[in-house]
Ligand binder design. Structure first.
Ligand SMILES: Nc1ncnc2c1ncn2[C@@H]1O[C@H](COP(=O)(O)OP(=O)(O)OP(=O)(O)O)[C@@H](O)[C@H]1O
Length: 276
C-alpha cells in the first residue's frame, strides 16, 4: 500500500525469531531530520501487544513524523524499527507487516472522487478481502459511523469530520492487528466519538494494539493503558498510564514532563479584553 525506502543497511535489531513476540512496536535510536533540523531525536519506543498506547506531545514535537516512519510512509534518517516483530525498513518484510496494519494518517489521504462505499471497497480489495466480506463490513462501518445518509457524496464533498470517519472506517475494515491513529477524534462529533471509543476498547480487549496520538488528554486517560511523551523530538517519558499519573491527573503529569508552566499562562496577554 505504501512505498518504503530502506535506510537501515546495518540493522542491529535482533532477527525476527528473537524479537519478543509481545512487542507490537520497537524502535532503536529512531531519528528524522528535515533540512538539517532534527524532528525526531533518537527515540526508543516499546509498545507491548494488546496495549492501548497514547503518544503525546506539544505541537511540532514529532508525533506525526514518528507515525509516518512506523508505518513506512517516511524514511528515517537513522535508527531501526520493528513492527509486529518485523523490520519495516526491509521492503520484503514491510509488505508482510503492512497487511496487518491499519492507519489513519495525519493528512487522511483519501481518494476524493470516490464515495465512501467505493473507497472502502477499494481498500478491501487492496487487502485481498473477499467481496462479500468487504460488503458486509462496509455496511456495518458506514452505519456505525453514521456515514450511510451521505452515500451519494464523494469524499471531496465531505466535511473534515466525515473525512476522518471515512479514514477510520478504512483503517478498521481489514481487521488489522495494529492500528496507528493520528488524532482520530479531532473534528469528530461527540456521539461518533463515543462509538469509536467503544469500538477501539473492544478491539484492544480482544488482543489487538492501538498506537494513537491525541491532544485530548481526557480521552487518552479514558482509553490508554500506556503513554509515551515526546517533546522537541525526544522521548521524555514512556510508562503505564498509572505510573505516569502517579495518582494525579494525566494533564498535570503531561504538563510537568512537557516542561510547561501551567501557572504562568493566565498572566499573559494582559491587554486582551481590557478597554482600549
Ligand atoms: N515535511 C516536512 N518538512 C519540513 N519540516 C517538517 C516536515 N514535517 C514535519 N516537519 C517538522 O518536524 C517537526 C515535527 O512535526 P510533526 O508534524 O511530527 O509534529 P507533531 O508532534 O505531529 O505536531 P502536531 O501536534 O502539531 O500535529 C516540526 O518542527 C515540523 O515543522
Amino acid at each position: 500500500m505504501f512505498s518504503v525506502t530502506s535506510v537501515a543497511k546495518n540493522s542491529t535489531l535482533p532477527p525476527n525469531e528473537n524479537t519478543p513476540m509481545t512487542l507490537a512496536v520497537e524502535t532503536r535510536q529512531l531519528a528524522r531530520d528535515f533540512d538539517g533540523v532534527r524532528a525526531v531525536d533518537c527515540i526508543d519506543l516499546r509498545v507491548e501487544r494488546g496495549t492501548f498506547y497514547g503518544f503525546l506531545g506539544p505541537n511540532g514535537a514529532g508525533k506525526s513524523t514518528t507515525i509516518k516512519m512506523l508505518t513506512g510512509l517516511l524514511a528515517p534518517s537513522a535508527g531501526e524499527i520493528r513492527v509486529l516483530g518485523r523490520d519495516i525498513l526491509d521492503p520484503g518484510e514491510a509488505i508482510e507487516v503492512k497487511r496487518k496494519l491499519g492507519v489513519v494518517p495525519e493528512n487522511l489521504a483519501l481518494f476524493d472522487n470516490l464515495t465512501a462505499r467505493e473507497y472502502l471497497t477499494f481498500v478491501g480489495r487492496m487487502y485481498l478481502l473477499p467481496r462479500e466480506t468487504i460488503r458486509a463490513r462496509a455496511d456495518e462501518l458506514l452505519t456505525l459511523l453514521d456515514l450511510n445518509a451521505d452515500d451519494k457524496k464523494i469524499a471531496l464533498e465531505y466535511s473534515h469530520g466525515m473525512r476522518k470517519k471515512l479514514a477510520l472506517a478504512a483503517a478498521l475494515l481489514p481487521n488489522p492487528d495494529l492500528l496507528f491513529l493520528d488524532e482520530p477524534f479531532e473534528g469528530v462529533d461527540a456521539v461518533t466519538s463515543r462509538v469509536v471509543r467503544d469500538v477501539l476498547a473492544g478491539y484492544v480487549a480482544r488482543g489487538a494494539t492501538v498506537f494513537l496520538t491525541s491532544h485530548v488528554l481526557d480521552l487518552v486517560e479514558k482509553l490508554c493503558t500506556h503513554v509515551g511523551v515526546i517533546v522537541r523530538g525526544k522521548l521524555v517519558e514512556q510508562a503505564s498510564l498509572d505510573a505516569i499519573r502517579q495518582g494525579g491527573s494525566l494533564e498535570a503529569s503531561f504538563l510537568r514532563v512537557a516542561g510547561a508552566d501551567a501557572e504562568g499562562t493566565g498572566a499573559k496577554l494582559d491587554w486582551l479584553g481590557a478597554a482600549s
